[in-house]
Design a protein around this ligand. Sequence first.
Ligand SMILES: C[S@@+](CC[C@H](N)C(=O)[O-])C[C@H]1O[C@@H](n2cnc3c(N)ncnc32)[C@H](O)[C@@H]1O
Length: 448
Amino acid sequence: MGLSAREVSLNILYDILINEAFSNISIKKYLDEENLIHMEENLVREIVYGVLENDIYIEYIISKASKIKLKKIHPKILIILKMGIYQLIFMDRIPESAAVNESVNLAKKHGHKGTISFVNGILRNIIRNKEEFIKIEKKNKADYISIKYSHPKWMVERWIKEFGEDFTEDLCKKNNESPELNIRVNTLKTNKEKLKNSLNNYGFKVRDSIYAFDSLIVENPTKITEVLEFKQGHFFIQDESSTLVGQIMNPNQGSTIIDICSAPGGKSTHLGQIMNNKGKILSMDIYQHKLRLVEENAERLGINIIQTAISDGTKMEESLINVGDYVLVDAPCSGLGLIRRKPEIKRNRKEEDIKELVNIQYKILSNAKEYLKVGGILIYSTCTIEKDENSNIINRFLEENKNFRLVSIENRLHNKENIETLKDGYIQLFSHIHNTDGFYIAKLTKER
Ligand SMILES: C[S@@+](CC[C@H](N)C(=O)[O-])C[C@H]1O[C@@H](n2cnc3c(N)ncnc32)[C@H](O)[C@@H]1O
């Protein structure tokens, strides 16, 4: 007999929390292995994402309920407890008895007599005094936000300093809500209306996105990659924010584009689409295995003007100097704009990483400027909301390169709702304001 939904959830969470696996990859791997019915797959996703989103809060509850310190609890038993508490506190549709019994069954399989009564005791204690356990006794707002919305303290403090308390609370709250899936219509093969109709016929609920011309939002996307239109390359899964990069660059047909950090090819393939598959795109990345994804995606989408090349963007490629009509730096970044989709970022990302990333980003940008022809367009983008990785980088770059300036992107968005910086040549998107991933895009030109 195959594994139960909760056993699969335990394996996935162990993989993510202990082996630092990525949630999307681990979930796919385990769900592909087990043949769970649709409802059970949904339960797995709900428990896995729920525990990851609320990890700090759940640990806070355990620390109040357990005499044994968190670090002393066996990792598997701790995850079983977390899953049990998530079901008890955050899920309405699971009866308390089921949450306890299923957790005790898991403890029987993975622990011993002592751990069984430990799990049983803690969960029953929480049921008896729920209100007491969920109460957050913190006077300091940063501590409160950190526990309530399970974001590490350094992140909350950084954001409070940057954006203020209310903004940070709204952002952290939104980060724990499940995002909708966005797809980009491949206009080389179909159009928005045609694709909408086909997807509606399968029962998918689809609506237009706000800012991007070629994006659609799918409200019930389960198994969308199994439809014929996906296999035939009629669409690509890509957040609206990321689709705006190509839209803002808006390259002319026949141009030469250098995409320095291109894998898995979301933006390169979109640029190929905008250029009507005419011109040349050099898609580079530091990882060979990731470049294979660029090639696979280009093939599925019917784009043949992409040439891939392995290259470290921090090192100068002399052969590319003055070659690009357009250069894209979609830089490696802290990913703090993607927490809704990858909640494990909250746990794995460390504050010290940001400094290191800024160095890499600036080095890549400094090489990128050499690859651009005079009069060409340079786009810098990230999926983060950190000022150090975004506007601070661009301001420093402009300070040190007087031959570059920001270019207005006023007519490049379908809608201007809540965006006031279009004229200034950049945008910073936030999940709780724009309902997209947190994302930064700046458009610059080389004047001489
Ligand atoms: C934000 S992702 C790019 C996403 C891609 N542009 C897309 O739209 O699908 C950043 C990429 O930078 C690559 N990368 C990291 N360090 C790099 C470096 N030093 N040089 C070139 N690429 C690098 C990573 O492998 C990753 O694929």
